[in-house]
Structure formats: structure tokens, C-alpha cells
Ligand binder design. Structure first.
Ligand SMILES: Cc1cc2nc3c(=O)[nH]c(=O)nc-3n(C[C@H](O)[C@H](O)[C@H](O)COP(=O)(O)OP(=O)(O)OC[C@H]3O[C@@H](n4cnc5c(N)ncnc54)[C@H](O)[C@@H]3O)c2cc1C
Length: 275
């Protein structure tokens, strides 16, 4: 952010974008809770909210939201010096002797209207990952959060303001499994204790490949979403590709694997992705 500001970028925090301003069939600005910003190019990188945002403009974006769990341990004498992935846990040692940990592939589904809308596209992934997923059915996600139904106007409070911070609960049983696997595989960690756990919503595409793409039906819009649990790792390159597309520069990599159109015309969705 500081780097962008050094190049003249203006950063508005705590300011939701309610929707796009459209003129003559193309993007002409963004409506924010503080008013209109005129622009001919917009990159929408709204994570788990991206599909809802697109739906308001008649753009179909099949994203499935999976709630992942991560946790931090209390500091302990170091037994694992490097980031490590095992089938039972993935961890990164921290300088203070603690570990941040996740349990690969595990998660919770709490489908709302969006989950039902895209159930067909996600069924192959769901089937292949079923044993790693907990399914929570309820009505709350139909009314609150990024899976909710409904439409909003740009001069009124939007769903993005009603829930500014998406903070789903962690799954205690996943934390316990991760801790148990670490203690089991590293006897020196027998006394490992939990410090903190948290949940996070993972926006996935049906093939687990992000969408970094223009959208033919709405010139001026670039989508950057659906990172399917890999957004930290590929963030720098992904950001560069989105910027290239928004500025009509030669793309840093072949943008075709990330094209939006594959999600709506079905091309390239043969292999179920990871959840
Ligand atoms: C438990 C867990 C573990 C993970 N582990 C890894 C890992 O080890 N490696 C890895 O590479 N990735 C990992 N990920 C995935 C990674 O966190 C995401 O892929 C990455 O954060 C996606 O970045 P993003 O910028 O696309 O979306 P986000 O980080 O979700 O950011 C979207 C932002 O847009 C804002 N926003 C949404 N709508 C609006 C609006 N209308 N107006 C204004 N702002 C809006 C949101 O508030 C949010 O700040 C993990 C995720 C979870 C949950």
C-alpha cells in the first residue's frame, strides 16, 4: 500500500464499494459509501464477496465459499525449523517459538443462496472432497454475509457495510486434529498448546484456479478473485496480471488459464479443484 501511495495512489479504507457506475454499456465509475469515483477501469478483488458484487450487475460468477480454520500455538522449544507440509498439518515456525498451523484440505460449508445457485458447478469438487468437509445447513447465510440473497441500491447501505469484517468461527475439532497430529509426529512437541484460532472464508472456483480476467459483457471491469486458498502465495504475480489487464499492458503471463469465460461456458472445468 505504501508503495502504491508513493506512486500517487489514493487509498480509502473503511469505505465500501456499493456498485459500479455504468454508462453506454461500460464501466464509468464506482459508487462508494462516500460517493462516486469516476473511472473507466475497475479491478474487483473483493474475495468471498466478489460473486455477490458481480451478481448485482448481472454477471454470473460461480464461487464457492469454504470456511477454513487456522491456529497459532504457544511458543515452545523449536522442533520444526522450516515451513512444513504433512498430510496431518501444515505449519510455519515463528520467531517467538510459536507455530501457525492449518490442516490441509479441511473446511466447513455453510451454503446460502449462492451455494445453491452454483451447486451444480461445485458438485464434482464437493464429491471428491466430501470426507474433508463439514456441512452446516441453516438459514442465516441466506440473509447475512457473502452468500445472502437480495438486491441493494447504491444510495443506501449495502451488504458490504452491514458486515464489514467477515469473521467466521474456527472449527474446534480441526484445531484439535492439527494439534494432535503435531504432537504425534514430533514427540518433542508433546506439550504443545493452543494460543489462538480463527476462521476465514476461502473463495474457490470450481477448478481452484483464480479468475484474473476482463469480462466481455462489461468492458472496463477486471476480476481478481477465486484464489481458492492460494492467494497469499501467488499474490504478487496475480496483482501484476490484474494490473496489466486493467492498463492494456502486455500480460506478464499467458492470461488464458485465468479467463472468466471458462466459468460460464464450461471450457476447462473438467477437473474438480481443491477446497
Ligand atoms: C484459514 C486460511 C488459510 C489460508 N492459508 C493460505 C496459505 O497458506 N497460502 C496461501 O497462498 N493462501 C492461503 N489462504 C488464502 C488466502 O488468504 C486468500 O487466497 C487471499 O487472502 C485472497 O486475497 P484477496 O485479496 O483475493 O481477497 P481477500 O483477502 O478476501 O480480500 C478482499 C478484501 O476486499 C474487501 N471487500 C469486499 N467487498 C468489498 C466492497 N464491496 N468494498 C470494499 N471492500 C470490499 C474485503 O473486506 C477484504 O478486505 C488461506 C485462507 C484461509 C481462510
Amino acid at each position: 500500500m505504501i508503495g502504491a501511495q508513493k506512486h500517487g495512489a489514493l487509498v480509502f479504507q473503511q469505505c465500501a464499494v456499493r456498485g459500479l457506475d455504468i454508462a453506454a454499456g461500460r464501466v464509468s465509475g464506482v459508487w462508494t459509501e462516500r460517493g462516486l469515483i469516476k473511472t473507466s477501469r475497475v479491478i474487483c478483488a473483493a474475495g468471498a464477496w466478489t460473486s455477490m458484487f458481480c451478481r448485482r450487475h448481472g454477471i454470473d460468477l460461480p464461487l464457492g465459499n469454504v470456511i477454513g480454520t487456522a491456529f497459532r500455538t504457544q511458543p515452545i522449544e523449536q522442533a520444526i525449523a522450516m515451513p512444513l507440509y504433512t498430510p496431518g498439518f501444515a505449519c510455519r515456525p515463528q520467531l517467538d517459538g510459536s507455530y501457525t498451523v492449518s490442516v490441509s484440505g479441511r473446511g466447513r460449508l455453510e451454503p446460502g443462496a449462492q451455494g445453491l445457485r452454483y451447486a451444480r458447478q461445485f458438485y464434482p469438487t464437493f464429491k471428491s472432497r466430501r470426507k474433508n468437509l463439514t456441512l452446516n445447513l441453516g438459514i442465516t447465510p441466506f440473509f447475512n454475509g457473502p452468500e445472502a440473497m437480495g438486491r441493494w441500491e447504491f444510495d443506501r447501505m449495502s451488504p458490504f457495510e452491514r458486515m464489514r469484517i467477515l469473521d467466521p468461527a474456527a472449527d474446534a475439532h480441526i484445531v484439535e486434529e492439527g494439534l494432535a497430529a503435531m504432537r504425534r509426529e514430533y514427540p518433542a512437541l508433546a506439550n504443545l498448546k493452543l494460543a489462538q484460532s480463527w476462521g476465514g472464508m476461502i473463495d474457490s472456483t470450481p477448478d481452484a484456479i483464480p479468475v484474473i480476467s476482463t469480462v466481455a459483457k462489461l468492458p472496463g471491469l477486471v476480476l481478481s478473485a477465486g484464489y481458492s486458498a492460494h492467494g497469499f502465495g501467488i499474490g504478487p504475480g496475480a496483482g501484476r496480471l490484474a494490473a496489466d489487464l486493467a492498463t492494456d499492458a502486455t500480460p506478464i503471463v499467458d492470461p488464458r488459464p485465468y479467463r472468466y469465460s471458462r466459468l460460464v461456458d464450461g471450457s476447462g472445468l473438467e477437473t474438480p479443484g481443491m477446497m
